[in-house]
Design a protein around this ligand. Structure first.
Ligand SMILES: Cc1cc2nc3c(=O)[nH]c(=O)nc-3n(C[C@H](O)[C@H](O)[C@H](O)COP(=O)(O)O)c2cc1C
Length: 161
């Protein structure tokens, strides 16, 4: 794969529009988390979801060590939350209100909804891993807000056809 064009691949994959989530955990009572688009609903029986953390993430090992993670689905007016959670280091949660979900992981104020999970398995996958979560609790908190979308490196909101 010496001549594989990584930039072209990244740009091509950017054509797959996704929502944006914040994956959170709480280690030694400290909230930890990061922004992610690699979230997918995986299984109904049992209820499973998956998330793909990068191996360079400094937050994922802390979330992993907490044994659970909470997926916070962002609304279109929460780009500032995404920006803060995509930065490495510092207290990412200082500017935001949150309450603990059943696992103790933060549920951020104003999110469209959340899925709180126990970490069921983690599979190796190149420069990422595939983290599988068993759903313990979930809720949709806002019917009035469009989701934050990520497409070709830009943010947008959903417009029904
Ligand atoms: C829109 C968007 C989507 C992202 N998706 C992922 C993702 O799926 N997996 C991941 O590990 N990092 C993803 N990141 C990067 C992380 O948010 C973050 O920058 C990275 O984990 C470094 O922070 P950390 O050291 O605190 O973990 C994404 C960032 C943005 C802005």
């Amino acid at each position: 794969m010496g001549d594989f064009d990584e930039r072209a691949f990244r740009n091509a994959m950017g054509n797959f529009c996704t929502g944006v989530v914040i994956a959170t955990g709480r280690l030694d009572n400290t909230p930890v988390g990061f922004a992610a688009q690699s979230f997918v609903s995986l299984s109904l029986e049992p209820p499973l979801v998956a998330l793909c953390p990068g191996k360079s993430s400094t937050s994922w090992p802390k979330v992993r060590d907490s044994g659970s993670f909470c997926i916070n689905i962002l609304t279109a007016d929460q780009q500032s939350v995404c920006d803060a959670m995509a930065k490495s280091g510092g207290d990412k949660f200082a500017a935001f209100e949150w309450t603990p979900g059943v696992s103790g992981s933060p549920v951020l104020a104003g999110v469209l909804g959340y899925v709180d999970c126990d970490l069921e398995a983690e599979h190796d996958a190149g420069d990422h891993t595939i983290a599988v979560g068993r759903v313990r609790d979930f809720s949709i908190l806002r019917d009035d807000a469009p989701p934050l979308l990520f497409f070709r490196g830009s943010y947008g909101a959903f417009n029904p056809l």
